[in-house]
Design a protein around this ligand. Structure first.
Ligand SMILES: [Mg+2]
Length: 127
């Protein structure tokens, strides 16, 4: 069973990059995309992804608040892992991402199949 991924980003060019990275990563598939924080909460509820790749800066509620809501929504259901991605460095949002329950933080410039697979392994070991 492939790991089902929901991509959340307000910028179409980055969603395209993220799609390519996910498709290049063995064992992962994209099941959906969202362009806003609110939309990501709805999509995560409908699609039940294994993994959400969450941008921080989004219109409406930001990615940190959306992460908090998605994890709360899944608290009594199927587990979901959220990885936060941002153009900013880890020092900026890493601690806040951890605080809302995200499994990890990846700077967008470093996002690659290796980083994705490593972050997923780390999250799976932790849970
Ligand atoms: Mg953004």
């Amino acid at each position: 069973m492939p790991i089902r991924v929901l991509i959340v980003d307000d910028q179409e060019p980055f969603r395209a990059v993220a799609r390519t990275v996910v498709e290049m990563t063995d064992g992962f598939e994209v099941v959906g995309e969202a362009e806003s924080g609110e939309d990501s909460v709805t999509r995560a509820h409908e699609l039940n992804p294994d993994l959400v790749l969450m941008d921080v800066n989004l219109p409406g509620i930001n990615g940190l608040e959306a992460t908090r809501q998605i994890l709360a929504d899944h608290a009594n259901g199927t587990p979901v892992v959220v990885l936060v991605l941002s153009t900013y460095e880890a020092a900026e949002y890493g601690p806040q991402a951890e605080e809302v329950g995200a499994a990890g933080f990846i700077p967008k410039s470093e996002f690659s199949p290796e980083r994705l697979a490593d972050a997923w392994s780390a999250a799976s070991v932790a849970s």
